[in-house]
Design a protein around this ligand. Structure first.
Ligand code: TEU
Ligand code: CA
Length: 546
């Protein structure tokens, strides 16, 4: 399958490139930067929602699935963007937010007038003694049910209250969503990303659920595989690049979602590896990453998916995650080495790698120090919750500085010029000061840059089939800070070693002499073998082919 050999680049449109000086990235901005993306070597671009939206969740609250938000451009701009990418051999993947609509969507507006046909597009229930039908919390920290006085009913929203959940039990809803896929397919889109797709099948006996996180009751629901297969086969997208965002899913389900035999999706995102620094599973409680756990998760998922025919998206970054170099790497002395090491680890794994805008530059967290600098609804809600929990303002801001989704949403750093070359106007979100040296222009000029290293990572996948197709096996290194794995194909072997440590480390890896495909230091700094033990420099990474 073609997607195994591909690399996907994710664009957060609002922060990518502003073509008209209003401080907001737009579709013509993407168009203008297509040559840059071509030079990077990526095959697909996943672009986050740019559809009409009141923007309570920055576009993940869609008011019309088949139109363009004027803030981002016009349908003509969109068509031109698709056509120009096509000429360069790059395909677009559009982001389908099908678990919920915006409350500004015409379906929901009709539902609110009491029209029974449209009320059945959503999940309305009676309350219990003036309280919501269930004591559920939504993902952004609020209750998951909202009261509508004129209907005397409550509706379910697993995210913001401006994002009412759709009722997938209603075949009219499923059919309407299929039309959206057909619409964009008709415009020449080559693939789709499905937002929180594994939450769409709600529990059969909703009223009997317990209390707690609403999403935890809805994940991988009883009709989920049926719904996905129906959507995919009815719209004829089985052979396109499709990826489902699967919140808190299981390995078992991910294999089923992505195994070609089940005719569901090409691949899945899951996030288990990005929770290893959540204290007691709480995103808003800080803890250094548990590397043993991180290793265990990768080992289990990689090996099982490989053995049983599943396929995953492999990634560190997206628009919901803090920047990886700030998180599992080092922003200081080992900024370059650690960013390259993290890229190496992901790109040689079994799966389709995703690069999130700016990751290829080693962009860092935002380092905001006041609540006014933030924009995202989730972190603004949680700031209040953290204060209610008794944290001081300073401690709450420290948590946000590490966990806010805005860390990844700061504008793309194109140059050391005004506003990092992102806009001529004033940027909608503040740009970190380090754009003076972390930017595309500077890194184009530096042969040793993170940007050039990512280019090489992407190119190697095209040159060595073992990277796309090989089996994977994790190796015991005897050091929990040093990860090693082996890919194998037709008698060939690729050994990848990555140190997740800011110190010198020793590790046991049975390394046979071979061709050094890539390493993140000067070659004389490459891992040294002493009596069968590897001596590794801080954040050292390399790959050897035998
Ligand atoms: O995210 C779904 C999701 O569960 C998260 O990644 C979520 O943002 C995080 O767990 C909160 O801690 C998707 C989109 O990627 C996100 O931007 C949207 O806000 C969300 O769905 C709702 O559409
Ligand atoms: Ca703009």
């Amino acid at each position: 399958m073609e997607h195994k050999n591909s690399v996907v680049y994710q664009i957060y449109v609002k922060s990518f490139y502003d073509s008209n000086g209003d401080g907001i990235g737009d579709l013509n901005g993407i168009r203008a930067k297509l040559p840059y993306l071509k030079s990077l070597g990526v095959d697909y671009i996943w672009v986050t929602p740019f559809f009409p939206s009141p923007m309570f969740d920055n576009g993940y609250d869609v008011a019309d699935y088949c139109a363009v938000n004027p803030m981002f451009g016009t349908m003509a701009d969109c068509e031109a963007m698709i056509a120009e990418a096509d000429k360069l051999g790059i395909g677009f993947m559009f982001d389908m937010v099908f678990n919920h609509t915006s409350w500004d969507h015409e379906w929901f507006k009709k539902a609110l007038t009491g029209d029974p046909e449209y009320m059945d597009y959503y999940i309305f229930r009676d309350g219990v003694d003036g309280k919501p039908p269930l004591d559920w919390t939504a993902s952004f920290g609020t209750p998951a049910w909202e009261y509508v006085p004129n209907l005397d009913k409550w509706y379910l929203h697993l995210f913001d209250k401006s994002q009412p959940d759709l009722n997938w039990e209603n075949p009219k809803v499923r059919d309407a969503l299929k039309d959206v896929i057909r619409f964009w397919k008709g415009k020449g889109v080559k693939g789709f990303r499905f937002d929180v797709l594994n939450l769409v099948s709600k529990p059969e006996h909703l009223e009997q659920c317990g209390s707690g996180s609403g999403a935890s009751y809805c994940k991988d629901g009883h009709r989920i595989h049926e719904f996905i297969r129906e959507m995919v086969t009815d719209t004829g997208i089985e052979n396109m690049v499709t990826v489902g965002e699967m919140a808190s899913t299981t390995l078992e389900n991910c294999i089923r979602y992505s195994n070609p035999e089940s005719r569901e999706l090409a691949m899945c995102f899951n996030f288990h590896h990005l929770k290893v620094d959540y204290k007691n599973g709480d995103k808003w409680a800080l803890m250094p990453p548990d590397l043993a756990q991180l290793h265990g998760i990768f080992r289990q998922w990689q090996e099982e998916m490989s053995r049983r025919g599943g396929w995953n998206a492999v990634f560190w970054c997206n628009h919901d995650q803090p920047r990886i170099v700030s998180r599992f790497g080092d922003e200081g002395e080992y900024w370059k080495q650690s960013a390259k090491m993290l890229g190496t680890f992901i790109h040689f794994l079994r799966g389709t790698p995703y690069v999130y805008q700016g990751e290829e530059l080693g962009m860092t967290n935002a380092h905001y120090t006041t609540i006014e600098q933030y924009n995202d609804v989730e972190c603004i809600n949680y700031y209040k919750i953290l204060l209610e929990r008794g944290l001081s303002e300073q401690d709450a801001l420290e948590v946000l500085a590490q966990r806010s989704r805005d860390n990844s949403r700061t504008p793309m750093q194109w140059s050391a010029g005004r506003n990092a070359g992102f806009t001529d106007g004033s940027p909608w979100l503040e740009i970190p000061a380090n754009y003076s040296f972390i930017n595309v222009e500077a890194e184009e000029d530096d042969p040793d840059s993170i940007l050039h290293y990512y280019r090489t990572l992407i190119k190697l996948r095209k040159e060595y089939p073992i990277i796309a197709e090989g089996e994977v096996r994790f190796l015991e290194t005897g050091n929990e800070r040093v990860f090693a794995y082996e890919r194998s194909l037709d008698g060939q072997r690729l050994t990848v070693v990555c140190s997740f440590s800011g110190q010198n480390e020793a590790a046991n890896v049975d390394l046979k002499p071979g061709t050094l495909l890539l390493c993140n230091g000067a070659s004389d700094q490459m891992a040294r073998l002493e009596n069968g033990t590897l001596a590794l420099r801080p954040y050292e990474a390399f790959a050897v082919l035998n």
